[in-house]
Design a protein around this ligand. Structure first.
Ligand code: ATP
Length: 268
């Protein structure tokens, strides 16, 4: 039997004095596209950052592609798009150079032959081929986000972990991104993606996991369109229920409005 792509068991993470993740179990099998949902502060970023080895678990276990988190993980097969940070960060690198940095890993400190072509192909996948030579600092926030997505794609990962990849990205670019993802998922890519709204990716999501106060409160069917509010404008999901979350801004008894966007969790 093949090991799951991601296998998280009884994961606890403390950040400073906060007990942020409180016994999370999460399994993602090969070929699945799992959305990680929850209000602001529920622990989504902490979970994905721990899964990709950026943060240390306080307790519990994380296996990635069949290997316990650490040097044994074949990191070159894993792509990670962090929550929106500037791809520029004061460094005057071109888009192609930032993307090519995604080819660096472990023991290889030099870029492989043909890196420019690989970087250009990855930029093409996010609709930015014409910006390859441009300094990232001159790109818009949404374009910088797409450069970071290309940086994750350039290594042709089999597991892709994304933290709000389309936040601040305009609708046409979201559509282009969803189309690229659909192709990659067709080819067998496994995805764990933090989202505030399912948006253009809705059709790709095979399962949704909802966090609340650092615990999983739903693991199953993704949010479904609400009969009356299934339009794009109402695509908000409601994590404050252990029932299947519903897409729609006015679910009876759950909330007065969209709960994922802009809502901050209060500690219990
Ligand atoms: N370095 C830190 N030290 C202490 N607490 C932290 C630290 N980083 C995050 N936290 C807290 O951990 C909790 C979870 O944060 P996290 O970023 O994982 O939530 P999130 O669900 O990803 O939120 P968002 O939707 O806003 O991105 C929050 O209460 C946050 O304030």
């Amino acid at each position: 039997m093949t090991a799951p792509a991601i296998d998280v068991r009884d994961l606890h993470v403390h950040l400073g004095a906060s007990h942020v993740l409180r016994g999370v179990d999460l399994r993602v099998d090969h070929g699945e596209v799992v959305a990680l949902l929850g209000a602001n502060g529920s622990g989504k970023s902490t979970l994905v950052r721990t899964v990709v080895g950026v943060l240390e678990p306080t307790r519990g276990e994380v296996d990635l592609l069949g290997h316990r988190l650490g040097d044994d993980v074949p990191w070159q097969r894993v792509g990670y798009v962090p929550q929106r940070v500037s791809a520029a960060a004061g460094v005057p690198s071109t888009a192609a150079e930032v993307v090519a940095s995604g080819l660096l890993h472990g023991r290889r400190l030099a870029l492989p032959r043909g890196w420019r072509r690989l970087a250009r192909e990855a930029l093409e996948q996010v609709g930015l081929a014409d910006r390859a030579g441009q300094a990232t600092g001159q790109l818009s926030g949404g374009q910088q986000q797409r450069v970071l997505i290309a940086r994750a794609l350039v290594r042709k990962p089999e597991l892709l972990v994304l933290d709000e990849p389309v936040a601040g990205v305009d609708r046409p670019s979201q559509e282009a991104f969803a189309a690229t993802m659909a192709r990659l998922v067709d080819d067998g890519l496994t995805v764990l993606v933090v989202l505030h709204e399912l948006g253009e990716l809705a059709g790709l999501i095979s399962r949704a996991v909802v966090l609340r106060h650092g615990q999983v409160v739903h693991d199953g069917a993704p949010p479904r369109p609400h009969a009356e509010h299934g339009s794009r404008e109402h695509e908000h999901v409601h994590p404050h229920t252990s029932e299947v979350p519903v897409v729609g801004a006015h679910d009876v008894g759950l909330s007065d409005g969209p709960l994922l966007t802009g809502e901050q969790e209060a500690r219990p």
